[in-house]
Design a protein. Structure first.
Length: 370
């Protein structure tokens, strides 16, 4: 194979990193104290190189020399390394570095996300045993990482969500989640995970809707000023503000849609934890709150910015997903009582508005997961 500079450089780096991975794994698995003296940049360096290799493997044509050069590493060895160093903070304490390891783990999820029983997640014994509890632990653990890590935290959790959404396609991991729920020692971990998931959902939805309202207000003011004299300076300021908020709105909308999808998947494959009193009341409040925010005429008017697509704002999808969550538990008396008894957020009118809107938009109530 013709060797280009990128290949020569990566090949040399690759050989050194493979030896590094094997060496670090041996130290970790044998409980060697020397591991504590290893500089963290060595693990970071390994993550960077394999991230590049995986990116090339995922994008280059299989016949291309760069693909063949990049696809020469042992995925099993890398997976063993990632799982060993990510499941405990004993080896790697930096949450930033564990986030990089998580990104490597998420790269094992196929681009097409098709369920394949032969996937390493389903055939490697430590993946079958540890992946679900590790993901639950890490999702909650990032919450205690300190201030000033907002985007880091959500990027970290997004990698976990990517892995978990793929895991739920397979019975071995769904069974593992059920086993964890039956154990008193791990039940607390699942409840903590769900609490954090609902925290994220509520925060992201609130931010997304708030920013869409700001965008609508800004667009309205721009229209009013366009033909008014001496308004150039204000127009320039508003356009600059609109550019700034566009990226943030897109991010929050995309993350909110991703999170609500995660909740829906979980509510279908493992409904029992959602009916625990601690989670049931939070879910009822979330449904009550966002049905009201998405269906009232005043709210819909305030959210009606131009070109929803550029902001990743999908109100129909969002509404139907929340309705789907409600329908998943509508036969549970305890959930319906929690919905109706939530004095701060329950509104019969919001439910009537939802029915009218769904009929008007011809949205089926048995909406598929998206």
């Amino acid at each position: 194979i013709p060797c280009v500079p990128w290949q020569s450089q990566t090949s040399g780096q690759y050989q050194r990193r493979v030896h590094g991975i094997s060496w670090l794994l041996a130290l970790a698995k044998n409980g060697k104290e020397e591991l504590a003296t290893i500089p963290s940049f060595i693990v970071e360096d390994i993550c960077k190189v394999f991230k590049i290799l995986l990116m090339v493997v995922g994008s280059a044509p299989k016949s291309h020399p760069e693909y063949q050069a990049a696809n020469c590493f042992s995925r099993g060895l890398l997976l063993d390394f990632v799982m060993t160093f990510i499941k405990t903070d004993k080896h790697v304490k930096s949450i930033h570095l564990r986030g990089q390891l998580l990104e490597l783990l998420a790269s094992y999820v196929p681009n097409d996300e098709l369920a394949r029983e032969s996937h390493s997640f389903n055939t490697v014994s430590f993946c079958k045993e540890d992946l679900v509890p590790v993901c639950l632990l890490l999702y909650a653990e990032i919450e205690h990482s300190g201030r000033g890590m907002f985007y880091e935290k959500h990027r970290f959790r997004n990698s976990i969500s990517t892995v978990m959404k793929y895991l739920w396609k397979f019975s071995v991991h769904r069974k593992k989640l059920g086993e964890l729920w039956q154990s008193e020692s791990s039940k607390k971990r699942i409840l903590e995970f769900l609490n954090m998931l609902f925290n994220d959902n509520i925060f992201l939805l609130d931010e997304a809707l708030k920013q869409m309202e700001t965008i609508k207000e800004t667009e309205d003011e721009l229209k009013e000023l366009e033909n008014m004299p001496n308004s150039e300076e204000r127009l320039a300021t508003l356009r600059e503000e609109l550019v700034k908020i566009r990226g943030s709105a897109r991010y929050h909308n995309k993350m909110a849609n991703s999170n609500i999808t995660m909740v829906l998947h979980l509510s279908e494959i493992a409904p029992d934890p959602f009916l625990h009193p601690q989670i049931r009341s939070r879910m009822a409040t979330m449904v009550d709150t966002y049905l009201k925010k998405l269906t009232s005429k005043e709210s819909r008017k305030a959210l009606r910015a131009e070109n929803f697509a550029q902001y990743e704002f999908k109100p129909k999808k969002l509404l139907t997903n929340i309705v789907k969550l409600f329908l998943n538990f509508c036969e549970s008396d305890s959930f319906i009582n929690a919905v109706a008894s939530d004095e701060g957020f329950f509104s019969p009118k919001a439910y009537r508005d939802t029915i009218v809107l769904l009929e008007k938009e011809k949205v089926p109530t048995a909406w598929p997961l998206v």
